[in-house]
Design a protein around this ligand. Structure first.
Ligand code: NAD
Length: 349
């Protein structure tokens, strides 16, 4: 009963009567590329959750999704009537897949509606936003997971374990890169007001590579922003290079770009090395180590695994792999990176 009460905390009446579910209902908010191409297909493979509802500002999308995924009319919302989701027992989790500047508003509204929340990365444009989101979820007694799919990938977990076990001694130097060529010329990723810029977007993968490979939080950063397409990247950076220093003395050189295809991680330890390439793809992340160990665990769907594991944490009231606090850790560094770009100096974190 306690588990059911947690699941249905949005509605005390339902909490008292509803049986414990074996599959949680997810409503996707924002039906753009990631929802359409990755999350909705993954939700056809999940075992602990299913696509129960949608929230969209485009009526034509509502019609198309309703037919394609057999979504009942009562589980379809727009941005205006979204708060009525509080009364809908089919929806246990709201998954926010909007441009980053909108994450805070919809996470807070979902929490107030008593729904657990999944939120895409980057968590939000500022530390203040992230803290408000964490606080709203805490006070409404709902869980908040960030869509860090890679942390659910056994290939990424394999290099995290090398640091934890100190298999090759201390980490000395890291090179971490994540970027792709974005041919779009008028997208939110190029607009400051919508939370664009490569640092929050692909940059968090380069940053996660360094944070997860050391298992430490950086203490200082120096960064440089640049663009080769100033006509497109007028408000935000196309490329960011940043160097991190960790408490143990480990250092990381990280690069991220909307103009360059790159995706790798190299870690040099006291007594060996590890390489991943790619390091943050949807599938096929793989690597090798100086002692001949190969990292190459096949995985059906990273997103399905992520959502199932996060749903299990909700059902069992256990810790999430990547809670809001983990999203905040990245944004703290991202804020310091922008401060460093503005001042041209190293910034303490
Ligand atoms: P997208 O531009 O394809 O979709 C954005 C959606 O938001 C669209 O449905 C759009 O209609 C809606 N929207 C509502 N108000 C908007 C506004 N004012 N401006 C622009 N769009 C508006 O973006 P996407 O690539 O699907 O990214 C959405 C979120 O998912 C972002 O946070 C992004 O970083 C994240 N994402 C994560 C991954 C991952 O691997 N975890 C991959 C891609 C995207």
């Amino acid at each position: 009963m306690a588990g059911a009460a947690t699941l249905f905390s949005g509605n005390p009446l339902l909490a008292a009567t509803a049986p414990k579910k074996d599959k949680l209902g997810i409503a996707l908010v924002g039906l753009g590329y990631y929802s359409t191409d990755l999350l909705a297909p993954a939700l056809q493979q999940t075992e602990k959750c299913y696509l129960a509802g949608i929230v969209t500002g485009t009526p034509a999308k509502a019609e198309a999704w309703k037919t394609k995924y057999n979504i009942p009319e009562k589980n379809i919302y727009n941005y205006q009537n979204f708060d009525q989701i509080a009364k809908n027992p089919d929806i246990d989790i709201v998954y926010v897949v909007l441009p980053p500047s909108m994450h805070r508003e919809f996470v807070v509204r979902a929490a107030k509606a008593g729904k657990h929340v999944f939120c895409e990365k980057p968590m939000a444009p500022s530390v203040a936003d992230c803290e408000a989101m964490i606080s709203a979820c805490k006070s409404n007694k709902v869980k908040l997971a960030i869509g860090y799919r890679c942390q659910h990938d056994p290939n990424i977990q394999a290099y995290m374990k090398v640091a934890k076990d100190q298999k090759f001694g201390k980490v000395k130097m890291i090179n971490s890169a994540a970027g792709y060529f974005d041919a779009r010329t008028d997208h939110w990723k190029q607009k400051k007001s919508l939370g664009g810029g490569v640092m929050g977007d692909m940059g968090v993968y380069a940053l996660q590579g360094a944070r997860l490979a050391t298992g430490e939080e950086p203490v200082s950063v120096i960064a440089q922003a640049s663009t080769t397409r100033p006509d497109i990247y007028k408000e935000v950076e196309e490329t960011m290079m940043f160097m991190l220093e960790f408490p143990s003395g480990a250092r990381a050189a990280c690069q991220t770009s909307f103009g360059i295809n790159m995706n790798y991680l190299q870690v040099n330890y006291e007594k060996g090395w590890l390489k991943m390439e790619p390091q943050s793809a949807y599938n096929g992340n793989k690597g090798s180590m100086s002692d001949g160990t190969i990292i190459n665990f096949p995985i059906k769907s990273q997103q399905a695994k992520q959502m199932d594991e996060d749903c299990l944490a909700i059902m069992n009231n256990t810790d999430l792999i990547a809670p809001g606090e983990e999203g905040l850790r990245d944004i703290r560094v991202v804020e310091a990176i922008y401060k460093s770009v503005a001042s041209g100096k190293a910034v303490k974190i």
